[in-house]
Design a protein around this ligand. Structure first.
Ligand SMILES: NC(=O)c1ccc[n+]([C@@H]2O[C@H](COP(=O)([O-])OP(=O)(O)OC[C@H]3O[C@@H](n4cnc5c(N)ncnc54)[C@H](O)[C@@H]3O)[C@@H](O)[C@H]2O)c1
Length: 253
């Protein structure tokens, strides 16, 4: 049986963990060949193993999204391995530290902006020319509910995720006539290793976070992956420049 994404090639950054891993698995189940990219080699290879052991096609490439040459090599690796590129999920990100704005360490500010914002820009810089050459493609950038609201104690994260939405809208407009769609997803608190690390430091935070969500629960990585699949699919063919908030109702309040 032909699957929805048979013959398609997808690149997933931050594919060694959390939302990236679960999205890579979902893309592979939908028939795409997947290039899993991450700094974390053994966990990235583990994602590939999960895909290939169930009959899917995937390869790992180690790349640091803050390094222009590595991002360029990663995009070339996808094309070299699978012959084309149709979808890119620019998802790698870090949360930084928790500190009020004036106390936010400059060094961490630059780390967070370099990965979460400049990293997404670098991905777009090298992915878009390939998609233009092929006559189309779809990109999804991982923002956050912190891309549309303030998040006390997280100046760099919030600024970076707001930046991702601006970048998404601009790239969508720059490339709409080239047949390329660019959207963002803005999840709220979703159970992944990133959130677990935060909760390990402050276990009482879980109840507090849940109480902020009108649906009174955390999100799941599978729910975010469903949205990734939808945005890549033809069902979303008229959607570009959009920031899809998945937050259990937080911003509605
Ligand atoms: N989990 C949430 O609640 C949540 C909510 C909103 C947005 N997000 C965003 O979703 C994305 C994925 O988050 P997650 O929760 O799956 O986190 P995670 O920590 O589980 O996964 C992040 C991945 O990014 C990789 N990574 C880190 N630095 C990198 C670099 N320089 N180059 C390449 N890869 C690098 C890590 O190795 C890891 O595999 C992030 O951009 C995050 O900001 C997460």
């Amino acid at each position: 049986m032909t699957k929805q994404f048979s013959g398609k090639v997808a690149l997933v950054t931050g594919g060694a963990s959390g939302l990236g891993r679960v999205s890579a698995l979902a893309l592979a189940r939908a028939g795409a060949q997947v290039l899993v990219a991450d700094v974390a080699e053994s966990e990235g290879e583990a994602t590939v193993q999960m895909i290939t052991s169930t009959g899917g096609a995937a390869l790992f490439t180690q790349a640091d999204m803050t390094q222009s040459r590595e991002v360029q090599a990663m995009v070339q690796a996808a094309v070299k391995a699978f012959g084309r590129l149709d979808f890119a999920l620019n998802n790698a990100g870090i949360d930084g530290v928790r500190a009020r704005t004036a106390n936010y360490p400059e060094e961490v500010w630059h780390q967070v902006i370099n990965l979460n914002l400049t990293g997404v820009f670098l991905c777009l810089k090298y992915e878009l020319p390939i998609l233009v050459e092929q006559g189309g493609g779809v990109i999804v950038n991982m923002s956050s509910v912190a891309g549309v609201t303030g998040f006390p104690g997280h100046a760099a994260y919030t600024a970076s995720k707001h930046g991702v939405i601006g970048l998404t809208k601009t790239a969508a407009l720059d490339y709409a006539q080239a047949g390329i769609r660019v959207n963002a997803i803005c999840p709220a608190y979703t159970r992944t290793p990133m959130l677990s690390r935060m909760l390990e430091q402050k276990p009482e935070l879980e109840t507090k976070l849940i109480s902020r969500v009108p649906l009174r629960r955390l999100g799941t990585a599978e729910e975010i992956a469903e949205a990734v699949i939808y945005l890549f699919s033809e069902a979303a063919a008229f959607i570009t420049g959009h920031a899809l908030v998945m937050d259990g109702g937080i911003v509605a309040e």
